[in-house]
Design a protein around this ligand. Structure first.
Ligand code: GTP
Length: 501
């Protein structure tokens, strides 16, 4: 229904009736009934009514025209106010109407729009100006394709025009065979899409070439994507990894029930926060040491996790090797190379450390200064190589006598050993010293040149005390040394105990 130009039919019917009545009157008059006065009156009345009706119809027509003009102006203004361009072509594809936006999009084409040009003329003009970049170099073919598709497109056309402006073009055919076209400018949208595509490509390239493994997980912790580093790290292809739960991947260092429990407990949400170190297994079964950092990505429509996996396996191996080398170095730096017991440096450290500990705890600390008797004669008699061997044997015997792994036996210098006994008073130290004497005696290491007896013997000076805070540890050494001197003086192969002052 046309809301703007409503035409009423009853005035036309009334007009026709009145005209008929007048015709009847006219026929009656001409037929000799002129004398009939009432007939004249009827004729005049119907004439007057006809005139009134005609006047009413003319004014109604004029009002209808005003209404129609108003409606058309409203329509034109509304179409002009649209943010999209509107163009209407008749059935011969001639432009018959367009709005202001079309001129804004193609200001250089105004002259052609006003001339009621055909669509083909307009497109040719655009092509001649190079206004359609996608057609450059193949204008005739492009024109043909465009004509073929004209008004038949199922989805809108996306077209780049002058000044890198992008348009989305909707075309539809009207029932009378014309075409209505609507062009919406989508330059901002396309530029945004281009920027997005560029940054997506950049991100993809970064992920693909990253040295770290990168995994994306769904909200339940299942792998969505894995980069090549991840494939290399775990020995599985990206498609094999897809759908695998993160717990299965990282809890693989365990086996059996433990692994299943760990997998179930490994909720990505619980892994958020500081990067953490985890163990896993390569497809080959090789143990992996990994660092895992997880970030959450949550928008209105997306909820996923991005995991950065760093392979620490080689670094851990190197650290382990370095640790072992350092331990060896530390052991070597405190071990006597000949006998394998502690060296003088270790003895100094131990004495200092235990002296202070004993002072703090007010517990006694004992020291045995052990010297092989007439060792010069031993060397002279059996040679230095045998002398070295004798030193090794005595060191081993001493270690076996002190207990606690014998770690407190140190070579003090030459053929002299020092034995530090923690938490041991003079009586306890005496027992240990006697054990040492007996042990060497029982070993019966031949010593032809000894004036004491025909086997190796020891002289031991024993000292013990509860140290006072701030007191120097040298005091203990001096006392033990003095006791050793006394043992030598008294004929060797014996021990002398001396309570430290
Ligand atoms: N084979 C060997 N001999 C050593 C080593 N260190 C020191 N000596 C020897 O030990 C001997 C110590 O001799 P002295 O200090 O005279 O003492 P001693 O002969 O044992 O006499 P007393 O201690 O008085 O019983 C020296 O001949 C040193 O050369 C060593 O590492 N290997």
């Amino acid at each position: 229904m046309n809301r703007f130009a409503e035409v009423r039919t009853w005035p036309l019917l009334a007009f026709a009736l009145l005209m008929g009545l007048q015709a009847i009157v006219l026929v009656a008059c001409l037929g000799g009934h002129a004398a009939q006065g009432w007939l004249v009156w009827v004729g005049m009345a119907s004439l007057a009514l006809t005139v009134l009706l005609a006047v009413a119809m003319v004014s109604s027509l004029s009002r209808a025209q005003d209404k129609a003009r108003l409606a058309q102006r409203t329509l034109e203004e509304a179409i002009d106010a649209l943010p999209a361009s509107v163009e209407i072509f008749d059935e011969q594809d001639r432009l018959i109407a367009f709005n202001r936006r079309l001129v804004e999009i193609y200001p250089h084409m105004l002259r052609h729009f006003q001339r009621k040009s055909t669509f083909e003329d307009l497109v040719r003009e655009s092509l001649s100006r190079g206004g359609i970049p996608e057609a450059r170099g193949r204008e005739p073919e492009w024109m043909e394709e465009r004509k073929q598709a004209r008004g038949k497109q199922v989805s809108p056309l996306l077209q780049r025009v002058h000044d890198d402006m992008w348009l989305r073009i909707y075309e539809s055919r009207t029932p009378s065979g014309g075409i209505v076209g609507v062009r919406m400018e989508v330059t901002d949208l396309i530029h945004e899409q281009q920027r997005l595509a560029a940054s997506r490509a950049q991100l993809r390239a970064t992920i693909e070439s990253a040295a770290n493994g990168i995994l994306t997980l769904d909200s339940g912790g299942h792998v969505l994507e894995a980069n090549p580093s991840c494939e290399q790290l775990f020995g599985f292809t990206a498609s094999e990894l897809q759908g695998v739960h993160i717990g299965m991947l990282l809890g693989a260092a365990m086996s059996g029930h433990g692994a299943a429990v760990a997998a179930a407990q490994m909720d990505p949400q619980s892994l958020l926060g500081q990067p953490r170190e985890l163990t896993a297994r390569h497809r080959s079964g090789e143990a992996l040491h990994l660092q895992l950092a997880i970030a959450e990505v949550r928008t209105d429509t997306i909820h996923l996790y991005v995991c950065i996996v760093t392979d620490l396996t080689e670094r851990k191996r190197q650290e382990e090797r370095l640790k072992r080398a350092n331990e060896l170095l530390a052991r070597q730096s405190t071990t006597d190379g000949l006998t394998g017991v502690g060296n003088r440096r270790l003895f100094d450290q131990l004495l200092q450390q235990e002296w202070q500990r004993a002072a703090r705890s007010e517990r006694p600390l004992a020291l045995l200064m052990v010297d092989i008797d007439h060792f010069k004669q031993y060397n002279d008699c059996y040679g230095h190589v045998a002398g070295d061997d004798c030193l090794r044997r005595v060191a081993t015997l001493l270690r076996s006598c002190v207990g606690r792994g014998g770690e407190s036996v140190c070579r003090y210098g030459g053929e002299e050993f020092a034995v530090l006994l923690v938490d041991t008073d003079l009586a306890g130290a005496q027992v240990v010293a006697q054990r040492c004497l007996d042990s060497v005696r029982l070993a019966a290491i031949e010593h032809e040149g000894s004036p004491v007896r025909r086997s190796v013997s020891l002289s031991i000076g024993v000292a013990a005390r509860v140290p006072l805070l701030g007191e120097a540890s040298q005091e203990l050494i001096q006392t033990a040394d003095a006791a050793l001197y006394q043992a030598k003086q008294a004929g060797r192969a014996r021990l002398i105990c001396q309570q430290s002052a």
